[in-house]
Design a protein. Structure first.
Length: 175
């Protein structure tokens, strides 16, 4: 499969200011972007991401940040097997702990990545995504826990965040 056949599905936290994920949206050839908010329901997240997913004709790489991470995992929980097979990898950055509320179906407790995946946190402690909690979620969702060289919630420009771009390339080339 050639590179143009791969769409980058970016799931951003609506509450975040402009940051590296927006630079990725402008610089990658095929992109679908979805914004999700912490206070939205799981079904709202699932419907919004599914609408974007239906616009992706081939395979995709999913990159989510903040409230976008539990939204991506909630959508992945209800994604069909055929849909899951179209995902080449997932990068889940600084999931927002406060957005990971349990629901009646225990969606976020039962969701799994089912592909090459990494959950990324910054150096040091981030009160929005505590390290111990992030490690638990990475294990639960079957994602490899990695620390970015940057600190904090990883919600700044970072010059387009080349470290994250390299990680995405490594995941894609690992096939």
């Amino acid at each position: 499969m050639s590179a143009p056949d791969l769409t980058l599905l970016l799931i951003r936290d609506r509450a975040e200011p402009a940051m590296w994920i927006d630079t990725w949206a402008r610089s990658y050839p095929l992109v679908q972007t979805v914004s999700c908010a912490e206070n939205e329901s799981i079904s709202t997240w699932q419907n919004r991401i599914q609408a974007a997913w239906q616009q992706i004709p081939e395979q995709a790489m999913i990159v989510a940040h903040g409230a976008g991470v539990p939204a991506a995992m909630a959508w992945q929980f209800q994604n069909s097997l055929a849909g899951q097979q179209r995902i080449r990898g997932m990068i889940l950055i600084s999931p927002l702990q406060s957005a990971c509320a349990d629901d009646a179906q225990h969606t976020l407790q039962r969701a799994r990545t089912n592909c090459k995946a990494a959950l990324i946190i910054g150096q040091g402690e981030n009160p929005l995504c505590p390290s111990a909690w992030a490690a638990e979620m990475a294990a639960l969702w079957q994602a490899r826990l990695l620390r970015a060289p940057q600190s904090g919630h990883l919600n700044r420009h970072f010059g387009g965040w080349q470290w994250g771009m390299q990680l995405m390339q490594e995941i894609l080339l690992a096939d």
